[in-house]
Design a binder for this molecule. Structure first.
Ligand code: NDP
Length: 304
């Protein structure tokens, strides 16, 4: 039987450590602060941001929620960011994506001070990560490393194959794994014979955004699968395609009208040595690492 890598438990342990760090910083008169910028009324973004703000409160961090209207311009957003860059009580700035069409996302992300860039999206932080210097790393890939380490899965010398090369997940995951001495292969939509690549993986990271895309025939038996994908299934046909005969999924679908599947087909997990489930795998780590990054930014900025 494959080992299920319990992201919820690992995230809880990280959050507990963050809360301890926050208490220790209080002795120095420091309270790490996160500013969350939520533009307009995008329901999914609202849910994510509220959960981030709530987690700050749970762990003792200060947070400030800033909510510009959906009609905001790039210039107005640049003013918001400049004000947050200048505030001493703010250690981390989070701009919830996606932004409305009229706002130039990259211009804005580049305006965040690298030392407050707790999402790790600024080119300076991407460069530092690549150059092997201390950096604020993007939260989701940083969470992938935490799952592997805390589950005692060896990384050094292992062949890690990553499917997906986004700036947010795939590329930084590759850099972090390389920094941990894995041999890294990065695959993408132009990769020829993807299965031949993925079957070589000791650690297979799927960050594609296509439900159940990695099938059992693409996986080497005994491999560790990290499924970053989060895809919502809303039709009976989709649910049956992945979860036919699974009573728990059936119940979730009937209750909520949807259920989640990763980028890896559930049948592929059966031949893995270990895997992260969806939900409850990589997902919970993202917020935990955001909190950890905010505390780290608070310490780094004060030279602690
Ligand atoms: P992007 O859409 O930015 O990137 C997807 C990547 O997959 C691209 O590099 C693309 O290649 C590659 N790809 C697409 N189709 C194929 C194919 N047929 N064969 C091989 N590669 C392919 O997605 P993200 O990186 O932002 O997100 C990936 C997944 O992770 C999504 O499901 C997302 O929901 C999830 N996610 C989960 C998070 C979490 O907290 N757990 C956080 C962030 C994302 P190319 O570059 O050539 O187009």
């Amino acid at each position: 039987m494959p080992t299920v890598l319990d992201g919820t438990a690992i995230a809880a342990a990280i959050k507990q450590e963050v809360a301890e760090d926050v208490r220790a910083l209080a002795a120095h008169g420091v309270r790490p602060g996160l500013a969350a910028v939520l533009v307009g009324n995008v329901p999914a973004s609202e849910i994510y941001v509220r959960s981030k703000v709530q987690t700050c409160a749970d762990l003792g961090l200060y947070s400030d929620l800033i909510t510009p209207p959906g009609t905001v311009t790039t210039e107005e957003m640049l003013d918001v960011v400049a004000a947050l860059n200048a505030r001493d009580d703010i250690d981390g700035i989070l701009i919830q994506l996606p932004l409305p069409k009229q706002v130039e996302t990259k211009v804005l992300l580049d305006a965040v001070l690298p030392e407050k860039d707790v999402d790790g999206f600024h080119p300076v932080n991407a460069g530092r990560l690549q150059a092997g210097r201390p950096a604020l790393a993007p939260c989701t890939p940083a969470g992938v490393i935490e799952i592997l380490k805390r589950s005692h899965i060896p990384i050094s010398g292992q062949h890690a194959v990553i499917v997906g090369r986004s700036d947010i997940v795939g590329k930084p995951a590759a850099m972090l794994l390389l920094n941990e001495n894995a041999t890294v292969t990065i695959c993408h939509s132009k990769t020829r014979d993807l299965g031949a690549m993925t079957r070589q993986a000791d650690i297979l990271v799927a960050a594609i955004g296509r439900p159940g895309f990695i099938t059992a025939d693409m996986v080497k038996p005994g491999t560790t699968i990290i499924d970053v994908g989060i895809n919502r299934l809303t039709t009976r046909e989709e649910v049956d395609r992945f979860f036919a005969g699974d009573a728990r999924r059936e119940a979730t679908f009937l209750r909520r009208g949807s259920t989640l599947v990763g980028d890896v087909h559930p049948k592929a997990f059966e031949i893995a040595g270990a895997y992260t489930p969806v939900p409850g795998g990589v997902g919970p780590l993202t917020i935990a690492m955001l909190m950890a990054n905010t505390v780290r930014a608070a310490k780094m900025r004060r030279g602690l």
